[in-house]
Design a protein around this ligand. Structure first.
Ligand SMILES: [Mg+2]
Length: 368
């Protein structure tokens, strides 16, 4: 113990690799497994858990640099710990997996702090809402029409989630007709009232995105994510000013200044706490967006974001991403229920993120 409360006693990390349930692809990438880098931060006999999805090398950064940075310091002082980690990695280069490493530790520290205080994380942060809207996300370009239909029915009918998102822009945007056909099929399956979103993962050129965006308007598509590469802020702004759907981006934001630069180019900002520097920076990003009159949407890893999402006033929704939902349900007891299209984090009173790691399952998928 110190004057500031219990100190971080240890930071442990493991790498888990989970095969997908079918080949998955979007406009610009294909994969058949997903790697989770899982962190456990310990203090006063309590363990907090955090994670990021990314390269296995992320774990090495945590073992070599971050564990020593936070160990022995007051566990409750997360802003100080986050700042110390950020300073430690200066010469390693912060964007990318380094920021993922900082994020995983930061998330574990938030879970740890809430557990030390015996509170659901949303109560520690202070709730702004009781319900967190989610949208079903998947619709991979690698799916055939039967797979796509099955997944959309599971969300729209099985779980009554009134918002879904599919991937378009397959094969780097070279098959626009297929993109529109799949979007049409999706609209027919979910009916007229559910919200239909698309994500091109940066596969289109500017003019292509404008053309596609105009066609998508006829199908009632209300969210067009990364129509062009997210580094092309001029292109994003051009598409935003031209098509009716909301333009969204931000999933590759690794620090706060990134989001400050992107804000003028989007209708809704996205941020991923497993990449941007953890929940500490995600919450600051929400404030930044609010100051510009924009909402924030949480990208992927829904069980990382749920409690923090309930603590911000300008939340749009969270991404209920098929791949990560499957992994988080597999590895944790206490996973949230998206029925009706909303999560209620903290409703059961469980401390922290409300999850308990299934050690037996984790061991089964451990690769590092
Ligand atoms: Mg996306």
């Amino acid at each position: 113990m110190s004057a500031g409360g219990p100190c971080v006693a240890a930071v442990d990390v493991q790498v888990l690799t989970v095969p997908t349930d079918a080949p998955e692809a979007d406009g610009t990438l294909a994969w058949d497994s997903t790697t989770m880098v899982l962190v456990q931060a310990r203090a006063a006999g309590t363990t907090g858990t955090g994670w990021t999805y990314g390269a296995a090398a992320t774990a090495q950064v945590i073992r070599d640099q971050l564990a020593a940075t936070v160990t022995g310091r007051p566990a409750l002082d997360i802003a100080a710990l986050n700042e110390a980690m950020t300073r430690t990695v200066r010469n390693a280069g912060r964007p990318g997996l380094i920021a993922g490493a900082v994020s995983a530790v930061d998330i574990a520290l938030w879970d740890l702090k809430a557990r030390l205080l015996g509170l659901p994380l949303v109560q520690l942060l202070g709730a702004a809402r009781t319900e967190v809207p989610v949208y079903g996300s998947g619709g991979f370009t690698s799916y055939d029409s039967g797979q796509l239909a099955h997944q959309l029915r599971c969300w729209a009918d099985g779980q009554a989630i009134p918002r879904v998102k599919i991937k378009i822009g397959g094969s780097w945007g070279t098959d626009e007709r297929r993109d529109l056909r799949r979007t049409e099929q999706s609209r027919e399956l979910i009916g007229d009232t559910a919200e239909l979103y698309v994500d091109a993962n940066g596969a289109y050129t500017r003019k292509q995105a404008v053309r596609i965006g105009r066609s998508l308007a006829g199908l009632g598509v209300s969210w067009f994510e990364e129509p062009v590469p997210s580094d092309d802020l001029t292109g994003l702004a051009l598409v935003r000013d031209t098509v009716p759907a909301d333009i969204a981006a931000g999933e590759y934001g690794y620090d706060l200044p990134y989001f400050a630069r992107m804000l003028p180019a989007v209708d809704c900002l996205q941020a991923d706490a497993t990449r941007c520097g953890g929940l500490t920076v995600w919450l600051r990003t929400a404030a930044l967006a609010e100051a510009h009159g924009l909402q924030l949407s949480g990208h992927c890893a829904p069980h990382v974001h749920a409690h923090a999402a309930a603590a911000i006033p300008n939340l749009r929704h969270l991404e209920w991403f098929h791949d990560h939902v499957r992994i988080e349900n597999l590895l944790f007891d206490g996973a949230l229920d998206p029925r009706g299209g909303v999560l209620r984090p903290g409703a059961d009173g469980a401390p922290g993120l409300g999850l308990v790691l299934r050690e037996d399952r984790a061991e089964q998928y451990r690769t590092g």
